[in-house]
Design a protein around this ligand. Structure first.
Ligand SMILES: [Zn+2]
Ligand SMILES: [Zn+2]
Length: 213
């Protein structure tokens, strides 16, 4: 099967356009082929959305995981793999690369505006109407795995005594075994997110916050 340039009629083999890849024709026109993936990545509820996060957005990926969302991220991943995985796994591609929608004809992406992680997160939450309050700290921020809930006795010796006294809920990652607990840092982050996601303007020179573990 062939694809023809709509401008000059040059013929190209269809395999050049896998995963929505486009090429620049000798005449200067971008030639591509639409990929039909809408049904794949459009789940019934926003809670089911999954994301593929571009290389420059590692901190956004961690924030999405803090909110309980499945956000795949690979350091140094090539664009081709990024696009392929997002299509194969039905993930919405989050990127700051403005050339990407030209180089690939894909429709399951969001161009991220801000360079600040909390504003980036706010953009994604608004765009897709993501509920987040009930889902905080249900996923490992390092491995992107859903956490297993643990009883108090299961974390004996795995967290400091002081935390055992004050924290109410515990969970651990089945992959890396990190233990997470609900304590004062969770309340702080919840307040911080409440402010950020309500759209309150950040103050000049405000420091960026990192997801805490
Ligand atoms: Zn052409
Ligand atoms: Zn983990």
């Amino acid at each position: 099967m062939s694809i023809f340039c709509p401008h000059c009629g040059r013929e190209y083999d269809v395999t050049l356009f896998q995963y929505g890849r486009t090429i620049e024709c000798a005449c200067g026109r971008r030639v591509g082929r639409e990929v039909k993936v809408r049904s794949l990545y459009r789940p019934q509820r926003p809670e089911e959305l999954r994301f593929m996060v571009d290389v420059m957005l590692g901190r956004l990926a961690r924030w999405l995981r803090v909110l309980g969302y499945d956000a795949a991220y690979q350091e140094g991943i090539e664009d081709a793999d990024l696009v392929r995985l997002s299509l194969d796994e039905g993930r919405i591609l989050l990127t700051r690369d403005r050339a990407l929608p030209t180089e690939w004809w894909i429709d399951n992406y969001l161009l991220i505006d801000s360079t600040r992680p909390v504003e980036q997160l706010s953009q994604v939450v608004r765009r897709y109407g993501l509920p987040w309050r009930e889902r905080l700290f249900t996923r490992c921020t390092v491995c992107n795995e859903p956490l297993d809930t643990l009883d108090r006795h299961q974390v004996l010796g795995r967290v400091p005594e002081k935390i055992l006294e004050h924290a109410s809920r515990f969970a651990s990652c089945p992959v890396c075994n990190r233990v997470y607990w609900q304590g004062s840092h969770v309340d702080r982050m919840r307040r911080r997110l409440d402010e950020a996601l309500k759209g309150r303007e950040g103050q000049e020179g405000e420091r960026e916050e990192e997801p805490e573990e």
